[in-house]
Design a protein around this ligand. Sequence first.
Ligand code: FMN
Length: 403
Amino acid sequence: MPYWRRASTLPGSLRRSIISVGNDPLYHRVRIAYYLHHSLCCIINVILILCPKIRFVNTQTATERQKMLKTAIMPLIAGVLSVYFLGNMLKYCYQPAKAYFGKGGIMAEEKRPGDSNRITREYIDSLLVEMRHLDAAMPSTAFPLFGETFSTPVMTAALSHLQRLHPDGMVELARGAVKAGAVLWTGMGDESELAAITATGAKTIKIIKPYADNEDIYRKIRHAEECGVIAVGIDVDHAFNRNGGYDIVHDRPMRPKSTAEIRDFAAATRLPFLIKGVLGVKDALKCVGAGVAGIVVSHHHGIMDFAVPPLMALPEIRKAVGGDYPLFVDCGLESGMDVFKALALGATACSVGRALMGPLGESGADGVAKAIANIAAGLVHTMAMTASPDLTHIDPSVIHRAQ
Ligand SMILES: Cc1cc2nc3c(=O)[nH]c(=O)nc-3n(C[C@H](O)[C@H](O)[C@H](O)COP(=O)(O)O)c2cc1C
């Protein structure tokens, strides 16, 4: 089954993608409603006026038929108009839907055998959970991180470029995170955007791109500190493109970073410095050795084919870095059950990205807050049903791998 069809929000997200993906969602909404209304009116006109007359056409005299031909002009015009309005409506629906689900689109159904998103989804679904009821209690999901306490370990992923979903996408996502009492991660974006994000009161973690010019990175670290973020980091998995070259994002060239450079970045800030894009023990230990304060286990929604599913890599990484080290995870997490599995396998907390984009496009901050609350509630339910009293007492042995 395709990745996006498994999402519990499919009808909603399909609808939202059709109406929301544009620079101005409201404009598209009104436009589509206008065409839909007009074309439906025209079609109803055709049916009401033309069809009953056609039924009797053979029983009429020649003059009556001539008269009828004249009266058929109106429905004919209505018919032509309905085709015109319907055509326009489809045009306005098709472009945004293509941008969303089409080839290369964020929610595109990938059929390649190596599609890491599909492999990851299948891995998560292959994990089964042992129910435990004796000595169970209503669990606590209080989540302490870098001197703050949050109501849930469900966080946003480090997103960016959300203008297509909402004119003020990242700031609205931040407002949603505040409402949900969740940590807000943010990715690429200019300095004014980060200032607007933190002005919402969102406890923010800023992820900086691995710019070729390290001065850009140092400048962004300093700016993030000024904005009052709670941690800062780099997504080191974004250095190369799929065509055998270095990646270039918005005309800015990227480069891989050495362990020594990471050590220098970490030492240059008083904030916890994080690395996003670790999928194995080797890189994880290099990070720990370089003074990195936390790791995001992630393949960046399938930046490479056949990438190890983060939940598969987690237990070994946890074992290598030790019990208390902050280990975050993202990629394909959509529900409280998904988050529970990640926590049981060693994650400290989890980030949700694409599953929040539909609610953001549809209902802005409220949609984001509601989506996070739903996932958080699913997590509480699963913790209760496995007798897991709090986030530090989830027994990994409740997870079983389907054969
Ligand atoms: C629209 C979009 C923009 C993203 N921008 C960034 C970014 O700027 N920096 C970053 O580190 N990750 C970025 N990501 C990757 C996410 O942080 C995350 O790793 C990925 O989407 C996997 O999580 P998910 O499956 O829950 O979406 C972006 C993802 C999406 C969908």
